[in-house]
Design a protein around this ligand. Sequence first.
Ligand code: PGA
Length: 239
Amino acid sequence: MEIIVCKNYDELSKKASQFIIDLIKEKSNAVLGLATGGTPEGMYAELVKAYKNGEISFKDVKTYNLDEYVGLDGNHEQSYRYFMNKQLFDYVDINKANTHVPNGKADDLDGECKNYEKNLEELGYADIQILGIGTNGHIGFNEPAEELIIPTHVEPLVEETIEANSRYFDSKDEVPKEAISMGIGSILKAKHIILLASGANKNEIMKYFNNDKISTNVPASLIKLHPHVTIIMDEDAAK
Ligand code: PGA
């Protein structure tokens, strides 16, 4: 496991984007596993810049997002489909048909999960999987628990996550209570996992990467089992 500590958020964003830029240059039809949340926003801005400079093209790139809220339409401003369009997809030459975010409004949610996993499996999973980390150690929406679910599934959100994500909604009551999330297995099947952590509020949870343990109560710790992991954090998260 490689750990990179960056001076600040700006440097973290550049570092993270460089891994994706290098991958796309080498493999124009790369499969990217993408994350939402505040942490990767700077990385997406760097990717848009690299596209505008003519450094990379997303023409043949395929993307799979980690998760989506159940009940939110892709046009809802807090949906992760909307987030991805506004952070990246609308500003680069990607074919939207090659961008995948689970459909949180599917009539058959279990069918949607199975189909999402099947598509990922057929593609051989992500070349690079980007992850953020919750203050409780969740990755995607895989919340701390005694047992974790391997494939893409519907996950109830825990109170800490609802609280953390309420900053994006008018009130806490509006935060959906469930999400479709890639499972720990779907994440661990990526060829390279890059976990990003920024800010002092991630300090406590990042301490768990200083030991040789894993726990389903810290879902992010399971990536210690993966042979190719890069953790990029800023000094505030690393302190
Ligand atoms: P954040 O969210 O990037 O907004 O901190 C991370 C997460 O909850 O996975």
